[in-house]
Write a protein that binds this ligand. Sequence first.
Ligand code: ASP
Length: 594
Amino acid sequence: MLKTHSCGALRAADVGKEVTLAGWVHLRRDHGGVIFIVLRDRAGLTQVVVDQDQSPEAHTFASEARSEFVLQVRGVVQARPADQVNTEWPTGEIELEAQEIHILNPSQTPPFYIYEDSPVDEALRLRFRYLDLRRSRMQHAIRLRHDVVQFIRNFMNEEGFYEIETPYLFKSTPEGARDYLVPSRLHPGEFYALPQSPQQLKQLLMVAGFERYYQIARCFRDEDLRGDRQPEFTQLDLEIAFAEREDVLDLIERMFTALVPAVTPHKRLLSPFPRLSYAEALERFGSDKPDLRFGLELVDLTEALRESEFGVFSGTAAAGGRIKAICAPGVADYSRREIDELIEIARNQGAQGLVTLAFRADEVRGPVKYLSQDELDAVQQQTGAGVGDLVCIVADEPAVVAAALSALRLTFRDRLELVDPDLVAFGWVLDFPMFEWLEEEQRWDAAHHPFTMPRPFTLEEMRANPLGVLSDAYDLICNGYELASGSIRVHDPRIQRDIFRMLGYTDEAFEELFGHMMEAFSYGAPPHGGIAPGIDRLVMVLADAPNIREVIAFPKTAQARDLMADTPSPVSEEQLRELHLRLREEEAPDAGEA
Ligand code: ASP
């Protein structure tokens, strides 16, 4: 190695040793006869002192060095004078007196500071990702990601799982998104699909008798990249034969309960993980992935306000809608403008409007003249509103009420800083509906995926009341994110076929797409189930990062571009010909700003 020690290793006990360090110029201060260089490598920072009188040649190189030059420094470890000890650095008691310096490689002036965590335009960071990754926050995030993945591997190995790779070049899997397709050169006109997840393959591994499988799996989904998504992302994919729901939940709960303190000792967990049914999550929080770190639960006022003179309330109740509220503490003095912002948030979720009641010391502000004293008392009592609180009421269709109040709940979470940032609130959401109705496409879709076991499972029962069919799916939620989805699977080919019939597939299409799987299932498929926690999102939560790009070494932009390699990019006519492809003149899809 070009170094004997790392830049984070030397301590007072090393004083007097002759050592060689190698790393990047983090900072440089030129005091004429003496130059101070802070040398950085992955492990830390060490101060190097270069004295012109003692090492004139080293001093010459040190004067040439600039930020991010790569240096090798040989010298002797010295104790720093007592008044110069840096208590913030593990190496702060010592410095290296340079005897010899080699410039291993110079550097252009970086486009942004590496040595400080100043805000930098994200496009610039992504364009120079290898420099961005040198900054300490990114070094920590990527290191944390390593720790998380290694912990998971060790845990899974100890639990008797085999790590098995599955192919990237495979066949379309109905996970709900668009596939990335790979044209085949050898088979003109035919395509592989990159897996949206290894769902089919892991189930086939259960048929194959491996019983306990896992993989740190890359998944590919060509979705419209609204929100915090990436075209490729990583899951801990796992599957267990002969498992019941409780076995999967127990495994994951034990794993995360051990993982969080191991990799982030300053974080706290809720234990055991709270469990909610899907219906209860919507009822209490208006969301199937509620942030459980704080209360502000939804209160049902439908009965209390059913007879109200206020037409919005009585009309909604009469039409079968719901009237629900949350009580925001201490914001009864919100201005008109602040209330208008809340109304806008509710409207963005489809609500017609938002009624607010501000419980001020001297009066209740809002449309009180339409409410009787009894109704006002009921609102106050049921929401627990005290002086200074603001009750936000939405009257609408149940789904709209849920979405609007959930959005408001999260708004208050952030504005009023209602959560402890070091709390990692995992929870389980259970008993999902099996099917959801796609209004635009006028058809049923699987709410999780079609390989999930429905209850009840006969075609007649499913057809009779699709919305009443529950499934053996479960979600792990964490701080308002869906961190994992999984389910107990269908292992009976007939039930599987019926589910696809429900989803509108002809038997021929089903055979064409899943014949290989059903054939496998006809050779003794064990009952099985699994789950797939998202690694990116997990690390994001543990790193307190604002989005998953902060915990992925080389992410793509929200428009699915790699700004560093400038890709996707055109390919040569020659390459297209080999793949039997010809480009069509067509408008590019609207991908927003590139
Ligand atoms: N394949 C599923 C997903 O990616 C997870 C699972 O059911 O295990 O969401």
